[in-house]
Design a binder for this molecule. Structure first.
Ligand code: SF4
Length: 469
């Protein structure tokens, strides 16, 4: 009875929150409230647990690194939509799509379950490594591997248990061992950091041929940012090499190790927060790395700071001012004017002709663009192309890949001002880039496509039309 009421309440709150996301006229419901209610429902649904504070920690959410085996008594249920086999997704899935990003041949969306599931068990070495990366990236530890003992336990009749035992293969045993995240179990390297585009070109068969130097997925996605993708890149800033983290991984030892394996113990120089939704845990990263400079746009302050995290507006080292009211969104089709308000990495607003000087500036590889629409303070990091490598845009939720529609999207359901966002997207087409590193879904690499400009324009146009309808 309790459980029914709580689940009803949870669903209602969740739906309301989805409706209200970034809409200024709705009262904002922090994602943490949804998680708390989810935890309450979870606790009530497991009567064997004592009713203590720890019972309110949702199963799986508390662990930074998912265990390779699960408790037989308290394990969340395996979603029945999974294909039978060792690797599976359980009912804790929040449908963030991070798994599909790393292992698209293994994990896919199951709309009926409102979750992602395993639709193909990993077989090749490459698929296993991809699935293992997805397991480490999953923000709620919903991806598990099942041992023979666990499979027997899942079966209700003695006959089914016997069938499970008889059908268990050496490949199953191998898969359990290979999926373990600890290198001590299988000798495999930790899955992160992982070069961006390892398996993610627009044309999958071409993807293995390319990845960019010093540009990485960090993994360990944060459930409080709805599984948004964190990145780490090295770029020249004011004449010196600097490490820039884009959005926050879930703070913990695994993520910290993934970061410092690249940056050394000092950590990154900058943490660019693309928008208010993807800022969870920023203060912990700042505490861990005292020289870290966080960057946040004040357009997401005040009533648009739906998290209620005022430290974003007071403690962040580099606060980008919103453009003055008398300086509206710059025209995007006039080639003589800049497509965006832009800022240097130290937060200095750049003059309106920045787009003419930046391509030849030897001291700076990156610039921050104000790309409002999804939220008033959304920003995009633009890394210009070099002689060897294509330009990259780190777009947060401004322009990302939706596994629901299987194409690029501006997520119109969640936008703050869709007209402004459509205008911002058009501006991006005026810059020289071939790779999109989005906050959700697959990166896009157009550099290997024969008619890349046409494909970029077509995918962007589809996203703009979604925003306009
Ligand atoms: S990564 Fe996201 S979509 Fe995939 S299983 Fe985990 S929570 Fe679900």
């Amino acid at each position: 009875m309790h459980n029914c009421v709580l689940e009803y309440l949870l669903n209602t709150v969740y739906i309301y929150r989805e409706m209200s996301y970034n809409k200024p006229n709705y009262h904002k419901i922090p994602f943490s409230s949804v998680l708390l209610l989810a935890a309450a429902a979870d606790a009530f649904s497991r009567p064997n647990l004592p009713f203590t504070k720890s019972a309110f920690i949702p199963t799986g959410i508390a662990t930074a690194t998912p265990p390779t085996t699960t408790s037989l008594t308290a394990a969340p249920n395996r979603l029945e939509e999974n294909v039978e086999g060792v690797v599976y997704v359980n009912e804790k899935c929040i449908n963030c799509a991070a798994c599909n990003n790393f292992a698209p041949s293994v994990f896919g969306r199951a709309d009926r379950a409102r979750a992602h599931i395993v639709y193909h068990q990993p077989e090749t070495k490459e698929e296993i490594l991809d699935a293992r990366a997805a397991m480490a990236a999953c923000p709620v530890a919903a991806i598990r591997s099942e041992t023979l003992a666990q499979r027997r336990h899942r079966m209700s009749s003695e006959n089914d248990k016997q069938v499970a035992e008889d059908s268990w293969t050496n490949q199953d045993e191998y898969l359990v061992q290979q999926m373990a995240l600890s290198p001590k179990v299988n000798g495999l390297e930790l899955p992160f950091p992982r070069p961006l585009l390892y398996h993610a070109a627009t044309t999958p068969s071409k993807s293995l041929k390319t990845h960019l130097s010093n540009l990485y997925n960090i993994g360990y996605h944060n459930e409080m940012s709805f599984g948004a993708t964190p990145y780490l890149l090295e770029a020249t800033v004011q004449g010196k090499l600097a490490w820039i983290m884009v959005d926050t991984p879930k703070f913990g030892k695994s993520a910290k190790d993934a970061v410092t394996r690249l940056t050394g113990p000092k950590g990154p120089d900058y943490l660019l927060l693309t928008h208010v939704d993807d800022t969870a845990g920023h203060e912990k990263w700042a505490e861990e790395f005292p020289s870290l400079k966080r960057i946040f746009h004040l357009g997401d302050g005040g009533r648009f700071n739906w998290l209620g995290d005022t430290s974003l507006e007071t403690d962040v080292e580099i606060l980008l001012p919103p453009p003055k009211r008398e300086s509206p969104l710059l025209p995007t089709q006039d080639e003589s004017s800049a497509p965006f308000h832009a800022y240097a990495m130290d937060g200095t607003p750049l003059p309106n002709d920045w787009h003419q000087t930046f391509p030849d500036d030897p001291d700076n590889d990156v610039v921050i663009l104000h790309t409002p629409g999804h939220s008033p303070g959304s920003i995009t990091l633009y890394k210009k192309p070099s002689a060897e490598e294509p330009g990259v845009i780190f777009t947060g939720d401004h322009y990302a890949f939706s596994t629901k529609s299987s194409r690029m999207s501006g997520f119109p359901r969640y936008g703050n001002n869709l007209q402004v966002q459509a205008n911002s997207l058009k501006g991006l087409l005026r810059l020289d880039w071939d790779v999109v590193a989005p906050g959700h879904g697959h990166p896009r690499n157009y550099s290997l496509e024969s008619d890349k400009e046409a494909l970029k324009r077509k995918e962007m146009q589809e996203a703009i039309e979604d925003l306009s309808n």
